[in-house]
Write a protein that binds this ligand. Structure first.
Ligand code: WT7
Length: 569
C-alpha cells in the first residue's frame, strides 16, 4: 500500500510546538514529573479548580475563558474569574439542596453557559457530574438517571418535560433545577460566591458518562479527578493549545470530548474557548471561524465531510487565515478529508484516537510530526499502546489485531458504575483491550481498521445496537429487530434496522417511517434507524443471540463467513 506523507515544513510552525521532540518526550516523560503542571492541595486535587480557579490566582484572572454564541446570534462571554464565581454559586445552591460528596448530579442541558459552570460547580463540591446529550428522550434518560441513582438534574423548562414523563421510575431523583425558571435565576443571583473547594483524593470520582457496547443497556464509565492530568497534557501536546489561542471544540459535553477538551483539559491550559450552541451549518461554521478568529479547531470527520460537500466556493468567501492547527476525533478520518483541508485551509487535520473509557487522547498526530495520511498517529508520551491478538499477545508490526494499551494511564476509567464484572472484561493478559481493531507500521504509527464488536458510529456518535433494538421492540407492531451500522459516505455509518413484524401486519413505507419516528421520540434524536428493512426471521445463534455480523454481511453483499453456531435460518 502506498502512503502519502504530509511533511511538516517551516510554514507549519508559526510558533514552535508545545511538544517539539516526540521521541525525546517518549523516552524521558513521566507522569509523576508532570504533576507540577497542576495545583495540588498536598496529595489532593480538584479537577475543576485546576481547570478554572487556579487561573484566577494569575494574570489570567480577567482573561476571557468562554466566548459563547447561539443560533439566534446572542453572544456572551465569561472571564476565568466569572466562571470561577458562577460555579461557586452553583456549588452552593447544590449544597443547599443537600448534595454531598459522591452524589450524582446530572446536567440535561443544551450547550448553554450554565452547562459549563454547572459542571464545574458539581466537581467543586465533590459530587459526581453526569452529562446527558440534549437529544435524549425518555428511554435514554430513564436508563441513565435510573442506573446512576442521580439525586439532582439540572435542566431547562423545555427539556424538563421529558424527565417528567419518567419521573415515576426515578425514586432517587430528589430535585430538578430548572435554569430558565425565575426562581432559579433569583437563587443563583443571591447565592454566595464563596465556596470551600473540596480537596479530593486523585482517585475520587469526578464525572461519569454513559456509553454503549454491543449488548445490554448503556454503561456508566467512571472518571476520577486525576484524569485532568492527561487531559491537560494532551491538550498541550496534541491540540497544541497556548495562551494566545482562540480554540473551538465543536463537540457537545454530552459526550466525553466536550468534557475533556471543552472544559477540563482545554481550560486547564488557560485557553480562550469558543462554544457555538447551534446546529451544524457550513456557512455558519465558516463565519464563526472567521468572526472569532479561531486558531485551533477540534472537530469530527462527519462535519469535515459535510464541509467538503458544501463545496470549495463557499469556504473562499471567508477569511480563515487565523487557523493554525486542526484536529479531528471520533471516527476514521479519510485521507481525502486531510488532502482537502491542505487545499482549502493550507493545513492538514491531525487525527486523534481515544474513547469514552480512555478519558483522554491516547494516540495522536502531533504538530511536530509528519503525518502519514490515513494513520491515527502515535501513542502519547507516558502511554504504551500495541496491537495484540485475542489472547493478549503482542503481534508485532503490520499485523491486524486489537488496539490495546498498558494500564494504568491517568485518565483511564476507574470502573463501570455498579458493574465490576463488565469493567474487568476490558482487560486481558495485562492489557486494556479497546474493542477497536488496527495495526501498527514499522515507524510506530497506528492504523485503524474497525470495531471488533457491533458498536455503531454514526456521525461520530456511539450507538449500541441493543438500545435501538429494544426501542423498536417496544412498538406494538414489532416482534424482533436486529440493528447494524451500514457504511455511509457522509456519516461514516447509519443505523439500519432489520425488523420482524407481528403476523398480519402489512409492511409499508409508511410503517418504516412510523418506526423511525418512534425510536427518535422514545430513545434519542440521533440514534434512530435511517433505514429499515422488513424480514421474516433474524439470523440467530443456537443460544438465541442475534448475529448482527450476518445481517451486515448480507447488507454489504459479502460472504456471511462462519455460520456453524447459527440456528437454522
Ligand atoms: C470509538 C470511541 C474519543 C472521543 C469521542 C469518541 C472510534 C475514535 C477515532 C479515530 C477511528 C475512532 C473508535 C473508538 N474512534 N477516534 N481517530 N479513528 N475511529 O468516543 O464515543 O467512546 O467512541 O470511536 O471506534 O473505539 P466514544
Amino acid at each position: 500500500m502506498s502512503v502519502d506523507t504530509y511533511k511538516k515544513t517551516a510554514k507549519d510552525f508559526t510558533f514552535p510546538p508545545n511538544l517539539d521532540d516526540y521521541d525525546a518526550a517518549r523516552r524521558e516523560f513521566t507522569w509523576s514529573r508532570a504533576r507540577k503542571e497542576l495545583d495540588w492541595f498536598g496529595g489532593h486535587l480538584n479537577a475543576a479548580y485546576n481547570a478554572v480557579d487556579r487561573h484566577t490566582q494569575t494574570w489570567r484572572k480577567n482573561k476571557v475563558a468562554l466566548y459563547w454564541e447561539d443560533e439566534a446570534g446572542n453572544e456572551k462571554k465569561y472571564t476565568f474569574e466569572e466562571l470561577s464565581l458562577l460555579s461557586n454559586q452553583i456549588g452552593n445552591i447544590l449544597k443547599d439542596f443537600g448534595v454531598a460528596r459522591g452524589d450524582r448530579v446530572f446536567l440535561f442541558l443544551p450547550r448553554i453557559p450554565e452547562l459549563f459552570f454547572g459542571f464545574l460547580g458539581i466537581l467543586k463540591i465533590g459530587a459526581i457530574a453526569g452529562t446527558l446529550f440534549s437529544a435524549f428522550q425518555e428511554q435514554a434518560l430513564a436508563d441513565r438517571l435510573g442506573n446512576s441513582e442521580a439525586k439532582v438534574v439540572i435542566t431547562t423548562r423545555e427539556l424538563k418535560l421529558r424527565i417528567d414523563k419518567v419521573r415515576k421510575k426515578l425514586p432517587n431523583l430528589k430535585h430538578i433545577l430548572v435554569v430558565d425558571e425565575p426562581s432559579f435565576i433569583k437563587s443563583l443571583a443571591h447565592a454566595s460566591t464563596e465556596l470551600r473547594i473540596a480537596h479530593m483524593d486523585p482517585d475520587d470520582y469526578a464525572f461519569m458518562l454513559y456509553t454503549s457496547g454491543t449488548t445490554g443497556k448503556p454503561k456508566g464509565v467512571m472518571h476520577v479527578h486525576r484524569a485532568i492530568l492527561q487531559e491537560h497534557m494532551t491538550a498541550k501536546w496534541a491540540l497544541d493549545l497556548r495562551d494566545d489561542d482562540t480554540y473551538w471544540c465543536t463537540a457537545d459535553p454530552g459526550w466525553v470530548t466536550g468534557i475533556a477538551y471543552e472544559i477540563l483539559g482545554s481550560w486547564s491550559n488557560g485557553v480562550a474557548a469558543f462554544v457555538y450552541a447551534g446546529r451544524f451549518d457550513p456557512k455558519k461554521w465558516y463565519s464563526l471561524l472567521a468572526k472569532y478568529k479561531i486558531t485551533v479547531w477540534y472537530t469530527a470527520p462527519t462535519a469535515i465531510r459535510m464541509l467538503m460537500a458544501a463545496g470549495g466556493t463557499l469556504v473562499k468567501t471567508f477569511d480563515l487565515s487565523h487557523l493554525r492547527h486542526l484536529c479531528s476525533v471520533g471516527e476514521p478520518l479519510n485521507p481525502e478529508a486531510i488532502k482537502w483541508s491542505i487545499k482549502v485551509f493550507g493545513r492538514p487535520f491531525h487525527d486523534t484516537w481515544w474513547q469514552t473509557e480512555t478519558g483522554a487522547i491516547c494516540i495522536a498526530n502531533y504538530p511536530c510530526m509528519d503525518i502519514k495520511i490515513g494513520s491515527m498517529g502515535k501513542p502519547i508520551p507516558g502511554l504504551t499502546a500495541d496491537i495484540v491478538d485475542d489472547a493478549g499477545q503482542p503481534l508485532g508490526v503490520k499485523k491486524e489485531g486489537n488496539i490495546a494499551m498498558k494500564p494504568k494511564w491517568p485518565s483511564q476509567m476507574h470502573t463501570i458504575w455498579r458493574r465490576p464484572a463488565k469493567f474487568k472484561s476490558y482487560f486481558m493478559n495485562g492489557w486494556y483491550i479497546s474493542g477497536d481493531r488496527g495495526w501498527k507500521d514499522e515507524d510506530g504509527y497506528f492504523w485503524f481498521i474497525g470495531r471488533a464488536d457491533d458498536v455503531i458510529k454514526t456521525s461520530g456518535e456511539r450507538v449500541g445496537p441493543f438500545e435501538v433494538e429494544s426501542a423498536l421492540v417496544a412498538h406494538p407492531k414489532v416482534v424482533e429487530a436486529g440493528v447494524i451500522g451500514k457504511p455511509d459516505v457522509m456519516r461514516g455509518e447509519i443505523v439500519k434496522a432489520f425488523v420482524v413484524l407481528e403476523p398480519n401486519t402489512k409492511p409499508s413505507e409508511a410503517l418504516k417511517k412510523e418506526l423511525s419516528e418512534y425510536v427518535k421520540k422514545h430513545l434519542a434524536g440521533h440514534a434512530y434507524p435511517r433505514e429499515i428493512e422488513f424480514i421474516d426471521k433474524l439470523p440467530k445463534t443456537r443460544s438465541g443471540k442475534i448475529m448482527r455480523r450476518i445481517l451486515k454481511a448480507k447488507e454489504m453483499g459479502l460472504p456471511v463467513g462462519d455460520t456453524s453456531t447459527l440456528e437454522e435460518y
